[in-house]
Design a protein around this ligand. Structure first.
Ligand SMILES: NC(=O)c1ccc[n+]([C@@H]2O[C@H](COP(=O)([O-])OP(=O)(O)OC[C@H]3O[C@@H](n4cnc5c(N)ncnc54)[C@H](OP(=O)(O)O)[C@@H]3O)[C@@H](O)[C@H]2O)c1
Length: 301
């Protein structure tokens, strides 16, 4: 199969290109932003040509920045994705569009008692989520027979800025770190998502995985505080150096859901197992030498 990975310079895109290489896929085009701007429809059209599967990992991912630049964020996360879906409809390519738990969480819609099922009503909590939802809806509408929306959340990985890397850095700079303890979610390793995407595409190509929405998040749930403690513990540092605070004590421009745990029921019908528990996944991730940055904890104060 001939693959096109957009956003190939990003955290997930880089891991996906790696997983495809490890899986023995030889016809993989990885397009970073410098190679392909998603908003350039003509370039997008030319790039998709000759590919069987397109995985769109490119996105405006500055969640706080999207609050004051919603138009620019939505141009990438919403309207460019709609163009990509139309191009795939014409070319015959299968499209995997990566989306987010932030399509949920607005107080306008009640949170479920348990994890959000794949078909739960969406109610984005912020501008980033609104833009991503426009992209989701375009894919589902334009590609009802081969459009896949894969939501993930709380991603961390070896490449790029992310919460786990930040905790590893702060562990070496500060004696204590204050972390929000009233938002619940599913920390998920980008490499595990990449492997899940390859498995999903294989199942789709074999006619097992029906198109539509899938949740590629780790199982279980925790808070950012719980994740930070686990990062410290996993790195041989004292988890009590992490202190819990509330969302109100850490003001940021974009609202975040207090609960964004996603359900995994649809995987059962694909032959692809759901992703495992977040805690074991974190251990595995931090055991990879390129990821564990071996922070040196500051001592003596
Ligand atoms: N990170 C998370 O916690 C998280 C959570 C839920 C869902 N997601 C979704 O997961 C996917 C992968 O995100 P990630 O974490 O890998 O983010 P990332 O590291 O920021 O990667 C996104 C990539 O998209 C590129 N990009 C931005 N604007 C573009 C444009 N106009 N045309 C082409 N490329 C463009 C970026 O390039 P530059 O760096 O040069 O701008 C970057 O390389 C995204 O769909 C994101 O919405 C992420």
């Amino acid at each position: 199969m001939r693959w096109l990975v957009t956003g190939a310079g990003g955290m997930l895109g880089r891991d996906l290109c790696r997983v495809l290489g490890e899986a023995g896929e030889t016809e993989v085009t990885g397009a970073a932003r410098a190679d392909l701007d998603l908003r350039d429809t003509a370039a997008l059209d030319a790039a998709v040509r000759g590919h069987d599967i397109v995985v769109n990992c490119a996105a405006w991912t500055n969640v706080d920045g999207a609050e004051t630049n919603e138009e620019q964020a939505t141009a990438v996360n919403g309207y460019a994705v709609a163009d990509l879906a139309s191009i795939c409809a014409r070319s015959g390519a299968l499209l995997l569009q990566i989306s987010t738990d932030y399509v949920f969480g607005s107080e306008l819609a009640p949170a479920p008692r348990g994890p959000y099922p794949e078909d739960a009503p969406t109610a984005p909590v912020n501008a980033y989520g609104r833009g991503k939802l426009i992209g989701e809806q375009a894919v589902l509408k334009t590609l009802p027979d081969r459009g896949y929306v894969v939501r993930t959340s709380w991603l961390y990985g070896a490449h790029g800025r992310n919460f786990v890397a930040t905790m590893l850095r702060l562990a070496g700079q500060r004696e204590t770190v204050n972390v929000v303890d009233d938002q619940r979610g599913q920390p998920t390793w980008s490499y595990a998502v990449a492997a899940q995407l390859v498995a999903l595409a294989g199942s789709a190509a074999a006619g097992h995985a029906a198109p539509g929405i899938y949740h590629a998040t780790a199982s279980g749930e925790t808070t950012w505080y719980g994740l930070a403690r686990a990062v410290f513990a996993e790195s041989g540092l004292d988890p009590d150096r992490v202190r819990p605070i509330s969302t109100a004590q850490y003001p940021v421009p974009a609202a975040r859901p207090s609960y964004s745990v996603l359900g995994h029921d649809r995987w059962a019908r694909t032959g692809v197992p759901e992703l495992p528990d977040w805690r074991g996944m974190l251990s595995k991730a931090l055991a990879v030498p390129t990821f564990a940055l071996a922070p040196s904890p500051r001592r003596g104060n």
